[in-house]
Ligand binder design. Sequence first.
Ligand code: ADP
Length: 441
Amino acid sequence: MIFSVFDLLMGVAVAAVPGWFLGGTVGALSAAALALFAHAVVLVWRIHRLDQWLSAPHLQRDPPWQGIWLEMASRIQRILRLQEKQAALHEKRLKDFLLAIQASPNGVVLLDGDSRIEWCNDTAASHLGLDAQKDRMQHIVHLVRDPVFAKYFAQDEHSSEVIIEGRTNSVVNVKKLSVQLHAYGEGRSLLLTRDITALAQADAMRRDFVANVSHEIRTPLTVLSGFVETLQSIPLDAAETKQYLQLMSVQSERMQSLVADLLTLSQLEGSQAPSVQEKVPLPPLMDHVHDDALALTELLASKSDGPVHQLVMDPVPEVALLGSRSELLSAVSNLVNNAIRYTPLGGLIHLQWSLTPEGAVFAVKDSGPGIAAEHLPRLSERFYRVDRSRSRETGGTGLGLAIAKHVMQRHGGELRIESVVGQGATFKLCLPLSRVSNSLD
Ligand code: ADP
């Protein structure tokens, strides 16, 4: 700067000297004024060029000047470059931050002081049916029309969440959302949304399950306590007492089977999938199943004084299954027992194991009443029964197919059911190749 003022003074002095020689004091002053003017013009022109240079989109070029102008331009260039760098850094941080919120499994909506949407992530957009781009600066209450949300939004206090129905294309699978507002900054707020459909379903299932178990246990307990009361209050002869005790024993057996099946289910749910190290040779397993089936049909036949079922079992392949013996036995037995229990005495029950390119399939085909199509998808739900009275009469717990399905899932297979009313039913256990071994030991 000192140099620049010095330059100016020198220029004025240099112009004033010839002016003084030509026109005395007036000439010197005029020449000095002329020099000052020329200097001002040059200054304006240079400032204009500097401004043009600074306005270039990127300050990549070095300043094309010398001296004080080069120094000034370089300083400004350094400051601007620093600012550009900082702005880029802030922009990158903001982008990273928004990407992080975008990756969140929960929905996030940023609302300004007037509750207008400033930004929302894709999850929030899909939860609330918003358009992340088009709905910017729209009032949130105009877009989320759930009355529960509107009421929640209007209140002053938002310390707890509220449950609303999310947007979905399906009328059957209505989404449940947990929504909560959090204030931040100056009057701004953050709206967080969480899909709790699965949680709500699990909760409803748990409540149903507890209600079902309580109901299943209460019925035999009521009968039992009724008999106990009768035995205590009414004098009975030996034959009557025997009959009562027999009926009581049926009820306690029913409770025992229920508890046993509940324990089996909870073990299946709480343990790791069975390893492929354990070999379960199929022929002895099926001998066991066949003997039990014969015993069951003889028992039912003796109770109702009718003929036993015709039990046909195809030759069993000489292979072993890889998995848990007790679980596989339970799955196979449940299907065979059901076929016997739901098929009228004398009916035909056909057991067949077949090896397929996909693995091994066990099929139980019966000539019973069959099952209507609307029941098929729900048959393996816990406590779902089509023929409630037949299930009770024959000591059913309502858990057999749920156990069979679970066992199959744990072995990487599946339970399949085919049936037409009046034409019997076929229940299949399908196991993948990875669970079948050609050697028996
Ligand atoms: P349950 O102990 O009541 O037999 P399951 O889970 O084994 O319970 O079976 C569920 C329901 O499926 C039964 O209550 C019965 O209504 C129906 N079911 C099962 N197997 C057969 C079958 N072979 N034929 C007709 N209905 C069946």
